[in-house]
Write a protein that binds this ligand. Structure first.
Ligand code: SAM
Ligand code: DTB
Ligand code: SF4
Length: 320
């Protein structure tokens, strides 16, 4: 049994990322098969429960109030609206439901009480429940844990060095503090990042090092390809070569073999062949449904057809 390792160096990560592709995929597959089924993908469904008008200035984000994008602001959805979406997600084969709010941090108000009700409701439908609500204090994390929250998503996004080019309104250390609060409350950690934002290869190794040197590793690692949204500072960023995405996923899989590695934003830009290569590289989850939070995503029929062609299937069991 492979020992999980929490002291990966940048040199080791660089060496893995740059392996000849067949070797990289072989190592990723070997790591994957020790901990996961090779023919199953977890389907997750996202829902934006509070949209737009966010005070943070994340340069990639269509929901930041700092940029003029086509996203229309919407207040917090009702518990019933949210649970209806969760039931539909379950019917289409998802086993995890992720609720996202464009908040800088979680408000201590009736709104938070509604979120706690949403979490309870999603769990009682029989789905894993994940929230991504911005920065989180310890007592809020504990309330979410008591409501039954499975996972909290808070991405490190990029390396500590490049982070300041992307976000100025909160620090890398604040992100790490939120993750520590989540961990301490006994909620599983979902944390990953985005590539294609103009970062260097070293920044990608730096992100992977930050994630893989946490102990325990984040149970869930979303790897996003930048969705270039008009009106954001990154709208004209150049497109990412698909092999870069594949290498990032494979390296994450090798560094954190027991974690779920999620092929997250950016699938609409990928061909079927490219997505298949991401699965070979060890991605074992996708977001389903025609919308991520605010941007489009492949339709469920297309995804089901792709999995059929590959002889793969959506997993039907929840792990938490
Ligand atoms: N406001 C909360 C926060 O930032 O933690 C939660 C929602 S936020 C939209 C969740 C994550 O979505 C971000 O951390 C970022 O990694 C990802 N994301 C946002 N916009 C994106 C884009 N245009 N392309 C790829 N990923 C994106
Ligand atoms: C993550 O890493 N990716 C998801 C989820 N966690 C919350 C969000 C992607 C958002 C893409 C841009 C949008 O649709 O607004
Ligand atoms: Fe706000 Fe989250 Fe978007 Fe940053 S990523 S602007 S915190 S919604």
């Amino acid at each position: 049994m492979t020992q999980l390792k929490h002291d990966w160096t940048l040199i080791e990560i660089e060496a893995i990322y740059n392996l000849p592709l067949p070797e990289l995929i072989f190592r990723a597959q070997t790591a994957h098969r020790e901990f996961h089924r090779a023919d199953e993908i977890q389907g997750c469904q996202l829902l934006s429960i509070k949209t737009g008008g966010c005070p943070e200035d994340c340069a990639y984000c269509p929901q930041s109030a700092h940029y003029k994008t086509a996203v229309e602001r919407e207040p917090l959805l009702s518990v019933e609206q949210t649970l209806e979406a969760a039931r539909n997600a379950k019917d289409s084969g998802a086993t995890r439901f992720c609720m996202g709010a464009a908040w800088r941090d979680v408000p201590d108000s009736k709104q938070f009480d509604s979120v706690l009700e949403m979490v309870k409701g999603v769990r009682s439908i029989g789905l894993e429940a994940c929230c991504t609500l911005g920065m989180l204090k310890q007592e809020q994390a504990e309330k979410l844990a008591r409501a039954g929250l499975t996972a909290y998503n808070h991405n490190l996004d990029t390396s500590p060095e490049f982070y300041g080019e992307i976000i100025s309104t909160r620090t890398y250390d604040q992100r790490l503090d939120t993750l520590a609060n989540v961990r301490k409350a006994g909620i599983t950690v979902c944390s990953g990042g985005i590539i294609g934002m103009g970062e260097t290869l070293s920044d990608r190794y730096g992100l992977l090092q930050q994630l893989s040197n946490q102990n325990p590793h984040p149970e869930s690692v979303p790897i996003n390809q930048l969705v270039r949204v008009e009106g954001t500072p990154l709208q004209d960023e150049k497109s990412l070569d698909v092999f870069e995405f594949v290498r990032m996923i494979a390296t994450a899989r090798i560094l954190m073999p027991s974690s779920m590695v999620r092929l997250s934003a950016g699938r609409l830009q990928l061909s079927d062949e490219a997505q298949a290569m991401c699965f070979l590289a060890g991605a074992n989850s996708i977001f389903m449904g025609e919308k991520l939070l605010t941007t489009p995503n492949p339709e469920t029929d297309r995804d089901k057809n792709l999995l059929d062609k590959l002889g793969m299937k959506l997993s039907s069991t929840t792990t938490h």
